[in-house]
Design a protein around this ligand. Structure first.
Ligand code: ATP
Length: 221
């Protein structure tokens, strides 16, 4: 039985924060594979500049070359229309062996908007979540980082989730568990990288060398 992580995002561009976070999650669970799934048109974001889907996918391929358990997935970029996670999860559910354990991986900043996602109630019924810490404003300002998630979960999603300290997860009578995972916080974001590039500042510490070279060659951002 395999355990597979689905890690979706705009990846505009992929950066070291994504890679380190996914690496920590892979080791802790441990997962057999993690699919990096760039969205075609992100329904929840309107970035200043959005690189083409083919370029974002190519940068993922370059970035994960040294990680044998990471895969780049074109499932969303090759699907017409906006990229909804529910469709992606259904796709993997019906295309992987039935006994596969699937985990949806995201940063806490993304989870705090889950009530705006298409069919989010169903999504929470379909798949286990792994929510990773991230030094976003809400998380840092929260009295103990995770309180922001807990308040949100009980208020917006369902007050029948219960936290298990030993397993670091929220259990629900009808839904698969929702894990929370403290990762080494890396204050790196794609938007910050795009701003640096626009201002002509180097980004070589924030993205792998091959991605840096790709951005320069293609003149992205
Ligand atoms: P932007 O700055 O353009 O909003 P981003 O850096 O948040 O982009 P996304 O591609 O939107 O990157 O992120 C995909 C997923 O990765 C999201 O679930 C996000 O929370 C998570 N993520 C991004 N950066 C980090 C990081 N430094 N640490 C942990 N999780 C991260």
């Amino acid at each position: 039985m395999k355990r597979i992580g689905l890690f979706g995002g705009t990846f505009n561009p992929i950066h070291r924060g994504h890679l380190q976070a996914a690496d920590e999650v892979q080791k802790r669970f441990p997962l057999d594979q993690i699919y990096f799934i760039p969205s075609a048109t992100p329904p929840h974001k309107e970035p200043d500049v959005l690189a083409g889907a083919a370029d974002r996918l190519a940068m993922i391929r370059l970035a994960i070359a040294d990680y044998p358990l990471f895969r780049a997935s074109d499932v969303e970029v090759s699907r017409p229309g906006p990229s909804f996670t529910i469709d992606t999860v259904c796709y993997y559910k019906s295309n992987l062996p039935e006994e596969t354990e699937l985990y949806l991986i995201m940063g806490v900043d993304a989870f705090l908007e889950i009530h705006t996602w298409k069919s989010y109630v169903n999504l929470l019924k379909l798949i286990s979540f792994i929510v990773m810490s991230r030094p976003c404003v809400e998380f840092i300002k929260s009295p103990h980082g995770w309180k922001i998630l807990e308040d949100y979960l009980y208020r917006q999603i369902s007050d029948t989730y219960r936290f298990s300290v030993e397993r670091s997860r929220y259990d629900h009578p009808d839904n698969p568990p929702l894990y929370r995972m403290d990762i080494g916080l890396m204050d790196i974001s794609s938007s910050q990288i795009r701003r640096c590039i626009k201002a002509g500042r180097p980004v070589d510490g924030q993205v792998p060398p091959a991605v840096d070279a790709y951005i320069k060659t293609k003149g992205l951002y």
